[in-house]
Design a binder for this molecule. Sequence first.
Ligand code: PLP
Length: 459
Amino acid sequence: MKYHENVLDLIGRTPLVKMNRMVDANMATILMKMEQLNPGGSVKDRMAIHMIRGAEQKGLIKPGATLVESTSGNTGLGLAMAASVFGYRCVFTIPDKMSKEKIDMLKAFGAEVVVTRTDLQHDHPESYVEIAKRIARETPNAFYTDQYYNMDNPEAHYLTTGPEIWEDTDGKIDCLVGGIGTGGTISGAGKFLKEKAAEAGRDLKIICPDPKGSIYYDLFNGREPSDPSIYTVEGIGHDFMVGTLDFSVIDDVRPVSDRDSFITARRLAREEGIFVGGSTGTAVFGALQVARELGSGKVVVVILADAGDRYISKCFDDEWMKDMGFLGLEDRLGTVRELLQFKGGHVVFASPDETLAEVAKRMSELGISQMPVEQIDGHAYKMIHEVDILHSLISGSCTYEDKVACAATDLQGQVGLDAPLSTVQNIFDGNNIAVVIDDGKIVGVISKLDVVEFLAARS
Ligand SMILES: Cc1ncc(COP(=O)(O)O)c(C=O)c1O
């Protein structure tokens, strides 16, 4: 019979999945480490079970003990899942900024949950960390797992996450990208990968996108942290330095806004079919930047930290996004790149050698009323519109046998690939079509009907 002894055997050995629609050919390959596929739904399952086993081996917990932790939710879920299997009791403190889904899931595993205020300094007696420590002190047979200083946390990733990534990339990884909560994931996996890369004589970078308002960016750059401000992304960033974070393995920390994090998480669901949380949006936003910088031929691995089901009432709720000011008109409409990916197909060009007759014939066969003309020796693009052909024939300025150049006009209505679709709306005020330019090349032509069909499908 083929079966696992219990659900905890399913932790780890998560796959790498290639990103397709959110990247282009000029970018490095992005491989996504699917940590949301762990049975508890996040990367934290690995360190949760490792902290419990470590405490058991050190004789710090006995059967029937109470595990206490201050958590943004996922460590709690990993601990609660393991506690259900091993018969431990759980008490968690969690700041009220965290999603209702996470709090309900913790209770579903049978844990006791104490919701605390988010807007308190970490050393305030009513902060989630201090309350947890107090509960652990005042509860008989209790153990505070203390994820922010427990070195079993990064060790779990040194022993599992790092080796899996090295093995599954055949050692060809050029950059690991991941967020920093306790720093356990990136410090443990990063340390292992840096060691392997050094052995193999390869250069490997560790880059950490971090929420704007977290102190890690300043600390990493050796600056006195400016006053931490509350940000909305959950699970990463912090307002105090922790023991489990090893800056020596990290090459860069990059601030990312809540809006970019949430918009990216929503795009992952809509363009890659991957349902993950806001902190993964932060990481992937950074990974897309890095992949553009490194260029094609390089390999970037990004950690997908947790599943999206715990944020239905948050970044996947349009009303919440609008209320929070993260979803403006332009976001609701999407981007030019999304429309072109939806539309598919390729741009039909007219050749400079074609006559007006030949172009007109192709236009009617294809049911289109304009075409960009292929560049001649790098000269600027031109456009040939059926209306200009008509005018030139009626005015006699051209004949049917003349080359397209006779009636071609300068390019109008140009728009970038990553521009919000709302930009195209303005172009349509004066033009029938918008011409999409990327890297100086025409990569798409958008008509009003294309936008209508895209928005209809999107809604
Ligand atoms: C959603 C989410 N993303 C990322 C992380 C970061 O993981 P680590 O604590 O290993 O830095 C956490 C940690 O709690 C998390 O909950």
